[in-house]
Design a protein around this ligand. Structure first.
Ligand SMILES: [Zn+2]
Length: 275
């Protein structure tokens, strides 16, 4: 409930800010004060004491209705900086998108959402290829470095971060909620927003379809070289899980079985390295 109220306040302000860039600073300031007041120290999300996901807090694109599209998370303007797990949990997705360059990781946290009763799930997009440190099913602690931020699948360097309470590995629009409930004190950093940055115009909506994400566990199973040979042999639009299963002769049952496995440190290191 609290997070919904907060999201509403933010999105209203965002629309105003986009239409009239001049009111940005003052509008954001009002939003900041109100948000802190609304959430306060009783905010259950704030009290989870999550770690901020990277080293800097300059926001290049906010959560929610940014005027011409819905943004599922926040974009943080970092270039090749460490990315941290915001809280303890288990990796439930670690892999590459069908464009061959976008790397992402998703963590299911031990913290339970007070609204839905489900585990909170966070996603980290546009990671630097070859820097991901964990494969699916590995546990991570709060503050663990999970990768280096990059610009894979984006025109400019930034970390896209989003959170959902619906148990979703690939959340669609409106499936996520405002991350600011975890860090109300970070909200003033929006005053540093870089509206002219080259990360403007990013579209993460395409990154919500499991058909186009290939997990490192699957890539390890079929062999890294064979996997990328397959990718290179077809058009990007043809690089789907359906075609992957067909080509490597894997059934849904096989996939489920592979996705439950855990790689040895040696195999993990090999599959996570630069391709
Ligand atoms: Zn984003």
């Amino acid at each position: 409930m609290l997070k919904k109220m907060y999201g509403l306040v933010c999105s209203t302000l965002m629309v105003g800010a986009i239409i009239t860039p001049g009111v940005w600073a003052s509008a954001t300031k009002v939003g900041t004060d109100e948000a802190v007041e609304v959430l306060g120290s009783d905010d259950p999300y704030y009290n989870m004491r999550w770690a901020w996901p990277t080293t800097d807090d300059t926001i290049t694109d906010d959560y929610g209705d940014v005027g011409w599209r819905w943004h599922k998370g926040i974009d943080i303007g970092v270039t090749k900086e460490p990315v941290f797990a915001t809280a303890s949990g288990v990796v439930i997705q670690s892999g590459v998108y069908s464009d061959k360059v976008t790397y992402a990781m998703t963590i299911k946290h031990n913290d339970i959402d007070p609204d839905t009763g489900k585990n909170l799930i966070t996603r980290y997009l546009h990671l630097e290829p070859g820097t991901l440190k964990f494969t699916t099913n590995k546990t991570v602690s709060k503050g663990t470095t999970i990768a280096t931020s990059g610009k894979s699948g984006a025109t400019g360097y930034h970390l896209h971060f989003d959170v959902n309470a619906k148990g979703m590995t690939y959340p669609g629009d409106y499936d996520t909620f405002s991350p600011w409930v975890f860090w109300p004190e970070k909200r003033p950093s929006l005053l540093n927003i870089d509206l002219g940055g080259d990360t403007q115009g990013q579209h993460e909506e395409k990154f919500d379809d499991p058909e186009y994400f290939f997990d490192f566990l699957l890539i390890d199973y079929v062999g890294k070289d064979e996997f990328f040979r397959w990718m290179d042999s077809i058009e990007e639009s043809e690089r789907t899980m359906t075609n992957f299963k067909k080509y490597f002769k894997l059934t849904e049952k096989d996939i489920n079985k592979i996705m439950k496995t855990s790689l040895s440190p040696e195999r993990e290191k090999k599959i996570l390295g630069k391709s």
